[in-house]
Design a protein around this ligand. Structure first.
Ligand SMILES: Cc1ncc(C[n+]2csc(CCOP(=O)(O)OP(=O)(O)O)c2C)c(N)n1
Length: 356
């Protein structure tokens, strides 16, 4: 197992500034992320949840490292592969698990499932099902920060399958033109559903290179390593804070599960051997544990405690979700449209722009 790459980035200023407790906290967050998704998977397979279950297992270092670099003035927004990103942002496991169970106590009152993973109190704005739509919303959020003369940046996640959508290119153009403090994080896990990057992208050596066409700085990161992620995020964050300029970061990663849990083809577009190799040698969680081990910041007892705490938290969340009630049928239209909630004429007629 190679950790030499991360050892080099350990010397980056932003990593030298990390306290031992902060490093262990990063591990705690990664373990919480994985525990949440593993337990969600068990309940999904037991038939307790409907819809899709789209997991980030194998990609956890990214949202956790990104969050470790964010301040209270920053915002995040992501695609449909974003439950772990919401948990890393600060959403409680109870809010998330109840949402997956479709219960009224969930973060979107049981009406959104994983597409409803919003945590506005933590500046996390979902959870978007249509590939790349969040890239335009991120530009809008960044524009709002600038327009209102507020500090901060917007961290927008998207997948490799989203980089060829027109809306992403419009967003890049405007982000550059208007000098917006937005950081686009392309999580390149190699596949859009079952389509490989090689088959979907005309330029596939580097997805981030598209940014050059819009006069935007870009970089490529190995997303298995926390230190590398943090080191390479730092210039992008400075650029957003200081220069109000966007950045595109392409982050190489790998998802251990299928596209969604119901992915009948998951061994047709990649081999079992490839998957086993990734799990064995490139699991970001194991790599970070090894790193902390080498730095004498972790022992077996400490690791067991972290795991036990995470699983206790997620078990409590699942019990809470099970015990919660489903939303009442009469509430089906509540909290969906502002116009309905505020009893406007448009809310009662459904007509927003045209007279009957
Ligand atoms: C505009 C649009 N077209 C098609 C789909 C169907 N779809 C859902 S996820 C997905 C692939 C997304 O791949 P990627 O962006 O690489 O994200 P990943 O699933 O790898 O995290 C597609 C094509 C969609 N959601 N939105």
């Amino acid at each position: 197992m190679s950790t030499s790459i991360d050892t080099d980035y350990a010397l980056a200023e932003v990593n030298l500034a990390l306290t031992p407790e902060a490093k262990v906290q990063i591990l705690r967050e990664m373990v919480r992320n994985r525990a949440f998704e593993c337990v969600a998977l068990q309940h999904y397979q037991a038939g307790r949840m409907g819809g899709f279950l789209i997991l980030q297992i194998g990609q956890e270092a990214i949202p956790v490292a990104v969050r470790s670099m964010m301040g209270p003035q920053d915002h995040s927004i992501c695609s449909l592969r974003g439950m772990g990103t919401a948990i890393a942002a600060g959403m409680s496991m109870r809010d998330g698990m109840a949402e997956l169970f479709g219960k009224a106590t969930g973060c979107a009152k049981g009406k959104g499932g994983l597409f409803g993973f919003y945590a506005p109190e933590h500046h996390h704005w979902g959870g978007h099902g249509y590939a790349a739509t969040q890239t335009a919303l991120a530009a809008g959020l960044a524009f709002a920060l600038k327009y209102q003369d507020k500090a901060g940046a917007v961290f927008c996640y998207l997948g490799d399958g989203a980089v060829n959508q027109g809306v992403f290119h419009e967003s890049l153009n405007l982000a550059s033109l208007f000098n917006l403090p937005v950081i686009y994080l392309v999580e390149n896990n190699g596949f859009a559903m079952g389509t490989s990057v090689r088959r979907s992208s005309a330029i596939n050596g580097s997805l981030a290179q598209r940014a050059a066409g819009y006069n935007i700085e870009w970089d490529i990161i190995n997303g298995d390593y926390v230190y590398e992620l943090r080191a390479k995020l730092q210039p992008a964050i400075e650029r957003a804070y200081r220069d109000r300029r966007p950045t595109v970061l392409e982050i190489a990663t790998y998802r251990f599960e299928g596209f969604a849990i119901a992915d009948a083809n998951k061994f047709r577009y990649r081999t079992k051997q490839e998957l086993e190799e990734r799990r064995e040698y490139h699991d970001p969680l194991h790599l970070w544990i090894t790193q902390l081990w080498r730095e004498n910041l972790l022992d077996q007892y400490g690791l067991s405690r972290i795991r036990a705490d995470a699983f206790a938290e997620v078990k409590d969340a699942a019990n809470y979700a099970k015990a919660s009630v489903f939303p009442a049928p009469a509430a089906i239209m509540d909290d969906i449209y502002w116009e309905v909630d505020h009893a406007t004429a448009a809310g009662s007629t459904g007509r927003h722009f045209f007279s009957p």
